[in-house]
Design a binder for this molecule. Structure first.
Ligand SMILES: Nc1ncnc2c1ncn2[C@@H]1O[C@H](COP(=O)(O)OP(=O)(O)O)[C@@H](O)[C@H]1O
Ligand SMILES: [Mg+2]
Length: 225
């Protein structure tokens, strides 16, 4: 088995007024390739903080993180941007698609930033959109498609560089129940088809159940359920 992420003794606190707010306390976590992990916890329990730290978007106070064998804790920001692009896919509650680019351009963007020619990147993006059942929307702009379609485009963009892990923070939080269920089904299909690793953050225990491995944040501690 290939270890995708290793988190060791991670702590994160914020200064709120005069005393520190300990959000994450001594977190240890190991994620293997193909794992589908959910992280539960009420609002404010630190789920997004942990996801952002694992995604190298935020730094811990103490502790170490290895992603795909590389220690990212002290990597300089200019290296991190490229590392993130190649190794980590993100899906958030809001889509952050670039409004002035078509869906196929949005999905092709990470490939072009990684150095692929536009032509090659568009071919690959179309293949991805085909897999996602989005071929008929590839020339549309983000404002012209539905919320569920936007999330599928985001998933395509997150997967296009074949990331080691896909980090999803409340990915269905902005969708109706039925559309949200379709997005979760798609995650499961992608896990199966691509042996893709998932880390899914949600405050909803029905959603968390789709994962095979379930964690909860409780007073800063990570608990396996
Ligand atoms: N930049 C920050 N400065 C101070 N406190 C923060 C900051 N970011 C998050 N927090 C606090 O940390 C706690 C955890 O936040 P968050 O990780 O967003 O929780 P969740 O995603 O579980 O709702 C909350 O109490 C929040 O107010
Ligand atoms: Mg959150």
């Amino acid at each position: 088995m290939k270890t995708i992420i290793e988190v060791k003794n991670l702590c994160k606190s914020y200064l709120s007024g005069s005393k520190p707010l300990n959000v994450l306390e001594n977190i240890d976590l190991s994620i293997q390739q193909g794992d589908f992990i959910s992280l539960m916890g009420p609002s404010g329990s630190g789920k997004s903080t942990l996801l952002n730290i694992m995604g190298t978007m935020d730094t811990p106070n103490t502790g170490d993180i290895w992603i795909a064998g590389q220690q990212v804790t002290h990597m300089p920001e200019n290296k991190l941007a490229m590392f993130r692009l190649k190794h980590i896919g993100f899906v958030f509650q809001f889509h952050y698609l670039l409004p002035e680019f078509s869906i196929e351009e949005n999905v092709a963007m990470p490939l072009m930033i990684s150095g692929q020619s536009r032509q090659e990147a568009i071919v690959n993006a179309r293949e991805m959109l085909d897999y996602l059942g989005m071929t008929e929307r590839m020339h549309h702009f983000p404002a012209e498609i539905s919320g569920g379609e936007k999330q599928r485009a985001v998933i395509g963009r997150a997967l296009i560089n074949k990331p080691d892990i896909l980090l999803a923070d409340e990915p269905t939080g902005n969708l109706d129940k039925e559309t949200g269920a379709k997005v979760l089904d798609l995650f499961k299909k992608i896990q199966k088809d691509m042996n893709q690793t998932f880390f899914l953050v949600t405050h909803n225990d029905q959603i968390a159940k789709i994962a095979e491995i379930n964690y909860q944040l409780d007073s800063g501690k990570l608990i396996r359920k």
